[in-house]
Design a protein around this ligand. Structure first.
Ligand code: 6R9
Length: 571
């Protein structure tokens, strides 16, 4: 297969020579950037915000926020003051270091202030997508034994308070009704809180963030990150995002996704960059308008969004001035070469793919400004990262052989545990010295990595990981559903869509109406993005003898491929 090579663009980059940096890099040198290099005590929110107050960045814009009704800007000094206040609000409720505090609301300045304030008092922050319905919220708050949640009145009905004995405080942003027991008005509490806060200096290995992510079996896993991750957030912000002093940076991800925290909060602010947050839903015109309005220079988004923009047509692009853009990046799914070519045509920029996971906490395999891009490849390992392709026994494979994408353990932002599930954590490290990603890939003779797929069954729809098991469990709650098997079906726009195979209980007949009702049931009872777009009724589903639904068989049927080994399938 012929592969194009897109040469680096002109300009000044922070990382000038990849090979040289890779050969000489040492994480320990990065630590010297931070105040805690000498004291040993640390707080990521301090390093991201307050540290800049002693420099010329004090009155620099840290946050440019807008949505349909708001248009606001905050300096580093203002964010420092507001997050101090929120830290005091939490402290006055008795919340202490290590407590889990969740944020469950649409993007808004209050969301970012809440995250920073909670981190400043040493709490562990759990961000949730606003799209989560009751069951998804319950699973996460229950597993983490969260003590407080910051939310809005509209989302309040989805928090099953009576099932959550650990949950003591609900902080409501924009409350208008009378408050119930345990509820606090964000605005009232902030108005009377002091803006002087004694930051909780924590150990670099203390918990910072708890991101729940889906596996192929069981409930969602709580991936714990620690303050030490800042080393990686900072350095990848410098070399991969290429953040420079005058940049206006826009990461389109919601903090419910790890991209929206690592690269929507920490990387930009640790580097003192101006960070754009756009609230509301995706609309091509609004997105282009955001770039034009703020003169965005560095833009980090996902293939599903780029594909939707591409689908909206080049005519729209011409209506906006996108000439401020100097660096564009992507994460979450494979970036189709077609999209890379579109980016060059539409706004004269290479789109730089980056590969990483919730569990890795930060970018690991990337395309860099100073390096030639092979469209379709995720790029090369970040300096300090050793990536390899392993066979199923843990041996490194030579170039051009597909296998398990694995990383040598020990990078700064690696997860430190799976909450209350040490066995799950150990599964990632089944080959001594390696983190096994669960992705399959190969490395070519030039050292570029090429993504092939997930080894397990996790579905990636529009950049969001959906565990089939969670969707199946929800489907099974519907009175008509006897059994359900859920797979990801390739889709040109969303990467994959969710397809459910369902066998019905006696007394129910397949119909369009029933299909719609089941779809609605998942949408309203679990999460809109997890509702199957396609449903197929079957008399029986393929299962193992122990009763597990064999999704790989469903997938093979769907794609018309051989079903492989069926020895474990029930008769
Ligand atoms: C940051 C993030 C991780 C999974 C990962 C892989 C897929 C991410 C990718 C990519 C191909 C890329 N993925 N980046 N696949 N090319 N550049 O996405 O975290 O939501 O945990 O998903 O996403 O399958 O294992 P997360």
């Amino acid at each position: 297969m012929k592969v194009d090579l897109i040469p680096p663009a002109e300009g000044q980059y922070n990382l000038k020579n990849y090979d040289e940096a890779y050969a000489n890099f040492n994480w320990a040198d990065v630590e010297k950037q931070f105040s805690w290099y000498e004291t040993g005590k640390v707080n990521i929110a301090y390093e991201a915000i307050d540290r800049h107050l002693q420099t010329e960045r004090r009155d620099k814009i840290a946050l440019l926020y807008s949505d349909a009704t708001r248009d606001e800007r905050y300096t580093f000094a203002q964010l420092s003051e507001l997050s101090n206040k929120f830290g005091n609000v939490l402290r006055s409720l008795g919340i202490v270091k290590g407590d889990r505090v969740f944020v469950f609301m649409p993007r808004s300045p209050e969301l970012y202030v809440s995250v920073l304030g909670a981190l400043k008092i040493g709490a562990i922050v759990g961000p949730l997508f606003e799209a989560f319905m009751e069951a998804a919220v319950r699973d996460r708050l229950e597993d983490s034994e969260a003590v407080a949640i910051v939310t809005t009145p509209a989302l309040l009905p989805r928090i099953p308070v009576k099932d959550l004995p650990a949950l003591k405080h609900i902080i409501l942003v924009g409350a208008t009704n009378e408050l119930q027991k345990g509820q606090i008005s964000y605005e009232e509490a902030m108005a009377s809180a002091s803006s002087e806060l004694e930051i909780e200096w924590v150990d670099r290995e203390d918990g910072m963030l708890l991101h729940y992510t889906s596996g192929s079996t069981g409930k969602p896993k709580g991936v714990l990150h620690v303050h030490n991750a800042m080393i990686q957030h900072y350095q990848t912000g410098k070399w991969v995002l290429d953040l420079q002093e005058d940049d206006i940076y826009w990461c389109t991800a919601d903090p419910g996704w790890v991209t929206g925290t690592s690269y929507g909060i920490f990387a930009p602010w640790l580097n003192g960059a101006t960070n754009v947050v756009r609230g509301g839903r995706f609309k091509p015109e609004e997105w282009y308008d955001t770039i034009q309005k703020y003169k965005v220079t560095v833009w980090y988004s996902a293939p599903t969004s780029f594909r939707m923009l591409m689908g909206a047509g080049d005519e729209i692009v011409k209506r906006y001035d996108l000439s401020s853009l100097r660096h564009v990046l992507s994460v979450g799914e494979p970036l189709n070469p077609e999209v890379v070519y579109w980016g060059m045509r539409a706004f004269n920029q290479r789109i730089h793919d980056t590969w990483w996971m919730t569990e890795t906490g930060g970018q690991l395999i990337c395309n860099y400004k100073c390096m030639a891009i092979k469209p379709g490849s995720m790029g090369k390992p970040f300096p300090g990262i050793y990536a390899a392709i392993l066979d199923d026994q843990g041996n490194e494979l030579p170039p051009n052989r597909m296998g398990n994408l694995a990383i040598r353990t020990g990078w700064p932002s690696m997860m430190r545990k799976i909450w209350r599930n040490p066995a799950k954590y150990e599964e990632y490290f089944r080959f001594p010295g390696w983190y096994v990603s669960g992705d399959s890939a190969y490395k070519d003779e030039d050292g570029y990595f090429w993504f092939q797929g997930r080894i397990d069954d996790v579905i990636n729809t529009s950049g969001e990981r959906v565990g089939p098991f969670e969707v199946e469990s929800k489907l099974m709650e519907h009175p008509a559903v006897a059994e359900a098997g859920v797979i990801g079906k390739p889709d040109p726009v969303r990467g994959e869509i969710i397809k459910a195979f369902i066998s019905l209980r006696a007394g129910y007949e397949p119909s369009e109406e029933l299909m719609e009702d089941i779809r609605k049931f998942v949408k309203e009872g679990f999460a809109a993005h997890a509702a199957p777009r396609e449903i197929e009724f079957r008399d029986k589903l393929p299962k193992t003898r122990s009763g597990k639904i064999m999704r790989r068989v469903l997938k093979a049927w769907e794609l018309g491929l051989p079903t492989g080994d069926l020895s474990t399938m029930e008769d």
